[in-house]
Write a protein that binds this ligand. Structure first.
Ligand code: SF4
Length: 689
């Protein structure tokens, strides 16, 4: 009988960070098995995690480097591919080069890409998909608390006395965090759910606030006015731990945020707004949980500040069962941010514009010709705008594990941007839509074929273990980048023998990771950052005694409500919002190659309210035309009463009906996140000729 091997690792999909064992037979991964000791998921998995092994052995895997010659992709050796990349990248000035890192690869590999961009390409034009999901969290919470990360832990959620979920379909996007929300409810917590859609996450709700997309600031300001008028604010906490309270009152006490006016803006019953405010303030420990319903707006940073404000006002920070808990999207999006795969920071959010940080990294890395200057680079959304609006400014892009041709807003705009690039490298595990524009394609290993670490949404740094070799000539991302760096003349700076040496370099340079090592991370509990010394047990709950701001105080940062950039009108009367579903992940690169997951949900759809459908004359299951000012597409209508009247919804996973053909790239002015959650649309019946 063949021996089975069980290799512990973590799930390649969402930021929950569930652990499990990969089952290996004859050198191939053939299944998953529970890992009971992980406190995150205690042996349980959602369908995505359970079937995450199915795409690993797909015949579609990229297995050889390829160079486009005379318009055709031709297999070549690693030596030829990396020499070709180095020769081409050297042709461009630093300011003409840009790079995209990836939330699907390890911390170490994000660090290597960050070092490559700043040390080899000499550019800060470096970003990754956090721009599209939680850049408003990173910027917003850093201002309010001094740290842009989830304040409490996943296990802590089950101890909450009041669960307040706003803009998160937790049961489908982070199911094993949804389990904690249910546990809290079973322990007696009140459960408030605020969303334009009655999703599965609404199931246990004691109170459902079905409000209009894009009215979050109005709702939260209105609740804060109710709390202050009733004297429910935590006066001692405000006095001792915060600043800016008068600024908050100057905004939220305006007549504009009276419960009657907020009810009109949000479409809610005033009594429900009052009840929610009462429960949030008076339950003892309220956990505010949010995701992209809050962040993906042109006012994403204001939304995040409003979430922070209400928790500061009610003293729901620095204690068990409370906190501001953004649920990060991809498995390692927290880690990719921590590693400085951003245009503004090195690892640990050390600013590139800070002379001391710049010198620290320049001295540590020892590039003979220095590193990128101490100035911020472009965000990915700005890179696209620069490419279309100022052709020739950016010329070469190195992409690791990202698929902007399906994930980014207004795909026609993204295509136009890519057509203006002269040289594109794509490093991935499958041939994606973005590969259409690649001059070189490099085959990487997948999650099951590599060692490393990731940092989940609660700042827990977790180990990955290699279970099998990748197919063909696939290679770890850090080795590929190191080969290219060596060909460009920087072998010494990338001369690691083992990935653990990269982690040690990260720990040396990153205060939050300074006390961590592979040895310490081998425990199933792993470690939450900040973990500053080898004795530090890590920090599951932030801000217990003081905030991470320079003076230790939490900062009220109030703002007035502003409507979305594009609101429904006579021509486009519906409000369009996008998201994901339980069985698929982002652009479907992995989940659509899992037979089990793909059979559950084989294609996309548009959700439309039953009353709206009746007015248009559409029936459930009918093909309809969805139209925005960007483009139109044909898609199956799912007629339902669970979505708020006047709102439509599409998941963005499916290339045959790509929701992002319809979205627009209106950006938050601070963090440059696009407004995926609100634009104007019309839906038309397709007449049968
Ligand atoms: Fe994977 Fe997230 Fe599901 Fe856990 S909850 S198994 S991390 S997709």
């Amino acid at each position: 009988m063949t021996d089975l091997k069980f290799v512990p690792t973590t799930c390649p999909y969402c930021g929950t960070g569930c652990s499990f064992n990969l089952v290996v037979k004859d050198g191939k991964v053939v299944g998953t098995a529970p890992a009971q000791r992980s406190p995150v998921n205690e042996g349980k998995l959602c369908p995505k995690g359970m079937y995450s092994f199915e795409f690993i052995n797909s015949p579609d895997r990229l297995t050889q480097p390829m160079i486009r010659k005379n318009g055709e992709l031709v297999p070549v050796s690693w030596d030829e591919a990396t020499t070709y990349i180095a020769e081409n990248l050297k042709k461009y000035k630093p300011s003409e080069r840009c790079a995209l890192s990836s939330a699907r690869v390890s911390n170490e590999e994000n660090y290597v890409m960050m070092k490559f961009a700043r040390g080899v390409l000499k550019t800060n034009h470096l970003d990754h998909c956090a721009r599209l999901c939680h850049s408003s969290t990173v910027a917003g919470l850093a201002g309010s608390f001094g740290s842009g990360a989830m304040t409490n832990s996943i296990t802590d959620i089950s101890e909450s006395k009041c669960i307040f979920i706003i803009g998160s379909n937790t049961f489908e996007q982070h199911p094993l965090i949804g389990r904690r929300e249910v546990m809290a409810k079973q322990n007696g917590a009140k459960y408030i759910y605020a969303d334009p859609r009655r999703t599965h996450t609404c199931g246990p709700a004691d109170l459902f606030l079905q409000f209009h997309s894009g009215t979050d600031v109005s709702l939260l300001n209105g609740m804060m006015q109710i709390i202050i008028k009733n004297g429910w604010e935590d006066k001692e906490f405000i006095e001792k731990r915060t600043k800016g309270y008068e600024d908050l009152k100057n905004i939220v006490m305006k007549d504009e945020y009276s419960v009657e006016n907020v009810a009109k803006v949000t479409g809610l019953d005033p009594k429900d707004i009052e009840t929610a405010a009462d429960w949030i303030a008076n339950s003892g420990a309220t956990a505010l949980i949010y995701s992209m319903g809050i962040t993906q707006h042109t006012v994403g940073v204001d939304n995040v500040h409003a979430c922070a404000n209400i928790q500061l006002l009610t003293g729901n920070l620095g204690k068990r069962g409370a906190g501001v808990n953004p649920l990060r999207g991809q498995n390692n999006v927290q880690g990719a941010c921590d590693m400085g795969a951003l245009p503004v920071s090195f690892t640990g959010y050390q600013k590139v514009t800070d002379p001391a940080s710049h010198k620290k990294f320049e001295d540590a890395w020892k590039f003979p010709d220095g590193i990128a200057p101490a100035e911020n680079g472009y965000e990915v959304t700005i890179m696209m705008n620069v490419l279309t609006d100022n052709p020739g400014e950016l010329k070469a892009m190195y992409i690791m594990g990202e698929n902007p041709l399906l994930s980014d807003p207004d795909i026609n705009h993204v295509k136009e941007a890519f057509e203006n690039l002269e040289f594109v490298v794509v490093q991935d595990i499958f041939y994606t839509e973005t590969c259409e524009y690649a001059d070189v394609i490099l085959p990487a290993v997948c999650f099951a074929e590599r060692d490393g670490t990731q940092t989940n949404t609660e700042r827990r740094v977790q180990r990955w273990h290699k279970a099998a070799d990748g197919p063909g000539e696939t290679m770890e991302d850090w080795k590929i980048i190191s080969m290219v760096a060596a060909k460009m003349g920087y072998a010494d700076q990338f001369a690691w023998n083992d990935i653990s040496e990269i982690f040690d370099e990260v720990a040396e340079l990153t205060p939050q990771y300074h006390g961590m090592s592979y040895e310490r991370l081998s425990h199933a509990d792993a470690l939450h950052w900040p973990c500053k010394t080898p004795e530090d047990p890590g920090t599951p709950i932030l801000h217990k005694e003081k905030f991470l701001t320079p003076d230790g105080l939490g900062v009220f940062l109030p703002a007035d409500w502003q409507p979305p950039a594009e609101v429904p009108d006579a021509e486009y009367p519906l409000q369009f919002t996008t998201g994901r579903c339980l069985f698929h992940w982002h652009t479907g690169t992995m989940t659509r190659r899992s037979a089990t997951l793909d059979s559950e949900v084989p294609t996309g759809w548009i959700e439309i309210n039953a009353e709206d459908a009746k007015e248009i004359g559409i029936r459930d299951g009918e093909m309809v035309r969805a139209i925005t000012r960007r483009d139109s597409l044909t898609v199956t209508a799912r007629v339902t009463s669970t979505i708020k009247k006047g709102t439509t919804f599409m998941p963005f996973h499916f290339i045959e009906c790509p929701a992002n053909l319809l979205t627009h790239n209106a950006l938050d002015p601070v963090c440059k996140i696009p407004e995926f959650k609100a634009c104007a649309m019309k839906v038309e019946k397709i007449s049968k000729e």
